[in-house]
Write a protein that binds this ligand. Structure first.
Ligand code: NAP
Length: 273
């Protein structure tokens, strides 16, 4: 098994990665994995310090975890629902670390409710944070990536993007809007992959399956029926790392579940520092 350590001269040496939703869960794991390969990682979310969220995990903890192991990371607070915040995020990240080479759209707010009673305000917030923020961030980092003829954008989607099929067993009640957001992100990514193919920028999607995170705990998604499907968080982080380090022309446009993707590549997930 690979050793969990930061390699300052790893494959991502000199690269700047921006990871949204990095205060906990999958975004934290992805930030750590990219930093382990020498990337300078800008971690963003709303929670900088303990007490600012009901959920465990803060940006300060994420960057401390990376720095303690010898990696490079900083955090910038940003509410992804706010356009000015997103603009400031890119401006400040670029000023501190240089142009963004890798964008990981992972942050999400999710409400489960049947369509009949889904509040418009919540629908709009989910679409803004999950879908438009991903598009807007891509709009801001793409000009530099195209100019440098190098870059990678990875978006974290979900199996919820897949159309439900009869007999409609194991369907998450109230998950239609979540599925809409993730389906939109998948189509955005495959479309963008085709738009920037000639610029050597890869755009791809990882679908996590079920992973134990603070967000999943809130929604009570891990139970007797689902517990055997839980995938290690390291698999998601590894899949993202693999996507951002492989030949963009070959890897771009993929929409994959992390675990079978790693199996296809013949790669085992590295443990995290
Ligand atoms: P999580 O534990 O709920 O973390 C979500 C992250 O998004 C947090 O860092 C949160 O930070 C951030 N966030 C939420 N609203 C935000 C806002 N308005 N502005 C900025 N940041 C915001 O989620 P997770 O389970 O790690 O999931 C990460 C991604 O994987 C999501 O896209 C999710 O849909 C997807 N996914 C997860 C699973 C799973 O089983 N875990 C399965 C399928 C897909 P703050 O609260 O600090 O802002």
């Amino acid at each position: 098994m690979a050793e969990a350590k930061v390699n300052p001269n790893g494959q991502l040496k000199g690269k700047v990665a921006l990871v949204t939703g990095a205060s906990r869960g999958i975004g934290e794991a992805i930030s750590v994995r990219l930093a382990m390969e020498g990337a300078k990682v800008v971690c963003t979310a709303r929670t900088a310090d303990a007490g600012e969220s009901k959920l465990p995990g803060t940006l300060r903890d994420t960057i401390a975890r990376i720095q303690k192991a010898g990696g490079q990371a900083m955090f910038i607070k940003c509410d992804l629902s706010q356009a000015e915040d997103r603009e400031r995020l890119i401006k400040d990240a670029t000023a501190a670390y240089g142009p963004i080479d890798i964008l990981v759209n992972n942050g999400a707010v999710t409400f489960y409710s049947p369509i009949e009673t889904f509040a418009e305000k919540r629908f709009k917030l989910m679409m803004e944070v999950q879908v438009w923020a991903a598009v807007h961030l891509a709009q801001m980092v793409l000009p530099g990536m195209r100019e440098r003829k190098s870059g990678a954008i990875v978006t974290i989607a979900s199996g919820a993007a897949i159309h439900p099929v009869k007999p409609y067993e194991n369907i998450r009640a109230g998950g239609t809007v979540y599925g809409m957001c993730k389906a939109a992100l998948e189509r955005f990514s495959t479309g963008l992959a085709s738009e920037v193919y000639n610029d050597n920028v890869s755009v791809s999607v990882i679908s996590p399956g079920l992973v134990a995170t603070p967000g999943v705990a809130v929604h009570g998604l891990i139970n007797e029926k689902t517990k055997d499907r839980v995938a290690p968080i390291e698999n998601i982080a590894e899949a993202v790392y693999q996507l951002v380090t492989r030949d963009p022309k070959t890897i771009t446009g993929r929409v994959d579940h992390a675990t079978p993707f790693l199996k296809e590549l013949g790669v085992a997930a590295s443990p995290l520092v």
